[in-house]
Structure formats: C-alpha cells, structure tokens
Design a protein around this ligand. Structure first.
Ligand code: CS2
Ligand code: MN
Length: 364
C-alpha cells in the first residue's frame, strides 16, 4: 500500500487525543503535526522540533508531514519586511529537514484560515458538524471572528490560523490588505515560493499549498486556490517538483462545481498531501460537513480515492474534519477534530483503498 495514512495531532497537552489513542486506529502510520505555539514568522528551533518528533517516533509513527508552518501576513501583503521573514521560513524548512520532514502544508489565505458560521451544527442524526451559512459571511467580518474567538476563549483552545494576537488587529490587517489585488497576491505567492525554493531543493521538502476554504473571496479579501484553474496556474507558475498541492476535497468542493477527482487525476504527481472530507450542499449555497462515506455528501469521495489509486499515488492522506459524535460536545474536542468520526473516516478510506488494491491484484 503506497499511500500513507495520517492523523492530525495538536501535540502533547494541547490535544485531548493522545498518541496512544491514535495507535489503536488500524492503518494510521503518519502523524501530521506542528509547533502550535509558534506565531507566523517565528523560527522553529531544532530542540523544539526534536522534542515533538521524538514523541511521535516513540509510538512508531513517522513525523514526515507538518501542518502548518503559517506564512506571515507581510509576505502575503508584499511588504518590505518580507525578505527577512522568508529567510526565517527557510530556516524553519532547514531545521525541519534535519528531522526527516518531507512535506509542509501551508496556506496563502489573507487574514482568515477556514471560515464557518456554526461549529456544532446538528446534522440530523444526533451528531454535529461545522456549517457555513452563506448569508452570514457578507461584510460583518467582526461578528464571524468574534463567534470563533469567543469559542476558543471559552474552551481555552487555540485554532491554527486564528491566533488571538492577529485577530486583535483585524481592522489593521484589513487595511493592510486593502491594496492587495488578486494578481498581486499571486505575485506575492510566486515571490515567496521562489524565495524558499533553494531550501526545498536542499532538504527535499515539498511545500504543499492547502486549498482556500471556502474557495471564494470573503469579506472583500481575494482568495487564490479556489478551483482547477488555480491549481494549474500555481503548479506552472513555479514549475518545480517541490511546489505541490494539498488537495483538500472539503475546501474545494464547498463550491459544488469543483470536481476533485478530476484535479486528482490531472495533478497526482504534484499532490503531496490529501485531506479527505465530504460536503453536503444546500440549495441556497449553505453547506455542512458530512461523514466520509460517499453517499453522505456530494464531494465524490470514492472517485477521488480511485483517481489517486489509479495513478499509483504515494502521498500522505488524512481524514480532514469529521463530525462530532456521542459525547463530543463543545469543549470536549476541537471542532472537526474529534476522535470518532475521523477514525471512522480512516477506516472508510482504507476500506476503499484495500478493495482497489485487491481488484488491481486480481487483474494482474
Ligand atoms: C485545515 C486547515 O482544519 C482545517 O480546515 O485543513 O486549517 C489547514 O490546516 C490550513 O489551511 C493549512 O495551512
Ligand atoms: Mn483541509
């Protein structure tokens, strides 16, 4: 089985799910990790990296995927300070390379990472899931941010990309991004990738950009990684095997016109990492996250897995958000990152994959 099944882990003392828990899920071999206390732009020191990698290795997992080393806003905006920050990023890459890291997942979204209006929305069967109500994401960015930040504060949980220090400067950030058009943001992404490329070539690490979530402009902020065309453009713009994608099916398919299986077929050799998540769409444009089983949403999970499998894909894959099940109410788990539904998701994916392996074997 060439693909490697991963699990996102938020670290000792930060994640209610332990490495010992994860060890009991059949087929998980790779821990997707990060130094969650780091602000964008900060250097990840070798001792800090070693500590986490050692913890992961002691359970027999590999620690080859980092999600995320977040990119500083000044790089996205294209400020003069960016060169120093790119140097810092290269130092992080080199330090991670010393400890066997092979893939860095990152995003290039202005201001906000993923955006949702309800973190515990009833699915209808007693479970809850992250939900996006289109009409709530119009111009009032403050109330959306407040909703998320009140949650993180109340339950004393940090969300990557939602650092309170950055969120406290929202107005300032919006002002700084105001002159940044979509074309400029593409240029700034190119500048960043070309800047870090020498460190990638030296270490063999692949930078795998995450899709924008949701894949459209929000609150007047431009978003780039929104469809197949954007994937084409990104890969061509810096045509290096180290410039790769994180194919996040749930992010892309929030726009139901995005066919993730098609993108997987086309770009399998540049997809270093895949996030598998299913979306259920409502006619008014709202969407809910759904169980991984193909028929629970419209993302086409089986088609995506088949596209990757057919291509002999050898990347890392992980269940992305799951629903919150059973006792997983607010405060029990990070929204989307409970234990049960992601474990079910891994088994669903591995079930599909094992069957495809078997069918291939029988053909030979
Ligand atoms: C993740 C993203 O939880 C999620 O939705 O898939 O936050 C992802 O980690 C970042 O966008 C990558 O930088
Ligand atoms: Mn994702």
């Amino acid at each position: 089985m060439p693909m490697k099944m991963g699990w996102r882990w938020y670290g000792e003392g930060n994640d209610p799910i332990s490495l010992a828990d994860i060890k009991q899920i059949p087929g998980v071999t790779s821990i997707v990790w990060a130094l969650h206390h780091k602000m964008p732009g900060e250097i990840w020191e070798e001792e800090e990296i070693k500590e986490v990698v050692d913890q992961i290795h002691s359970y027999g997992f590999d620690a080859e995927v980092v999600e995320s080393v977040n990119v500083h806003d000044d790089i996205k905006i294209g400020l003069d300070t960016r060169d120093g920050l790119i140097e810092n990023y290269k130092t992080c890459i080199r330090n991670l390379g010393k400890y066997g890291v092979k893939v860095i997942c990152y995003n290039f979204m202005p201001v906000f990472d993923w955006t949702r209006t309800d973190l515990f929305h009833p699915v209808g069967d007693g479970s809850t899931a992250l939900f996006y109500e289109k009409d709530k994401i119009k111009d009032d960015y403050k109330s959306m941010a407040e909703y998320i930040l009140n949650f993180t504060e109340k339950y004393n949980m940090t969300f990557p990309g939602w650092e309170p220090e950055r969120m406290a400067r929202l107005d300032e950030l919006f002002k700084a991004y105001a002159p940044v058009t979509k074309d400029m943001l593409w240029e700034n992404l190119k500048y960043f990738l070309e800047g870090v490329l020498p460190a990638l070539e030296e270490t063999g690490i692949k930078m795998a950009i995450h899709m924008d979530d949701p894949p459209w402009d929000i609150f007047g902020l431009p978003r780039l990684m929104v469809d197949e065309k954007a994937c084409d453009k990104l890969l061509k713009m810096v045509d290096s095997p180290y410039n790769c994608l994180t194919l996040c099916t749930g992010s892309l398919n929030a726009n139901p016109n995005n066919n993730c299986a098609e993108i997987a077929r086309k770009h399998h050799d540049r997809i270093a990492f895949a996030h598998i998540r299913n979306i259920h769409h409502f006619p008014n444009g709202d969407f809910s996250e759904a169980a991984h089983r193909d028929c629970c949403g419209e993302t086409g999970i089986i088609d995506v897995l088949r596209a990757l499998h057919d291509s002999g894909w050898e990347g890392y894959i992980r269940p992305d958000h799951g629903r919150q099940l059973w006792e997983e109410g607010p405060g029990v788990c990070r929204p989307g990152y409970g234990k049960y539904d992601r474990a079910l998701g891994t088994q669903y994916m591995l079930g599909v994959w094992d069957l495809l392996d078997k069918l291939d074997g029988e053909k030979k």
